[in-house]
Design a protein around this ligand. Sequence first.
Ligand code: GRF
Length: 221
Amino acid sequence: MSQGRCNTAILVSGSGTNLQAFIDRSQAGAISLDIGLVFSNRGNAFGLQRAKHSGLETACLEHTSFPDRESFDRAVAKLIDRREAQLLVLAGYMRILSPWFVQHFEGRILNIHPALLPAYPGLHTHERVLEAGETQHGSTVHFVNEALDAGPRVLQGRLTVDPNETAAELAERVQAIEHQIYPQAADWFATGRLRSRDGMAYLDGKPLHEPVIVDFPDRAG
Ligand code: GRF
């Protein structure tokens, strides 16, 4: 790790477009973190290929070969601790974390969820947003606690929903926002500006009772 840069482990289960955004920004020196490990619970995750292509260290453990959630999580934690990662970035990591894992890395795990939390936790957010006729949607970076999609919120990217767009089009727009806000929030952590304590996120020492919200331009055309 270069001096002063935050050693980060990124956990993926799938395509890894968010991982790619971190790789690009880290290599360009635009964010103060180094990716010390890319971990996946799926051997065929395309994110692992992206990492290898960029010369990053990778590791994979299939959760199916462990008897229960915690024993798997303990093995994953061992891999991460061996690299002395200071920050964990969940980037499409499709595993519910055991309480043990969350406590072990308390205040050091970030996640991104494709909705304006606390609205629409869980899966299929774009479809549900369109079905409900919502006018706004987006994505949320938050610290991870033991409850699903419910940890202290940090940063939201927000857009106006076009009622004529499909769920796939909406997903694409939300992902483009994620690729900007996620590295940004992680950089706040890497530079010591962002912390989590007693169930609250703090930015520059001030409690974030509401997340920072960035509005993105309307859909063209
Ligand atoms: C993202 O949309 C993120 O919000 C969710 O999982 C997706 C991961 O996509 N947690 P990718 O693998 O980074 O392309």
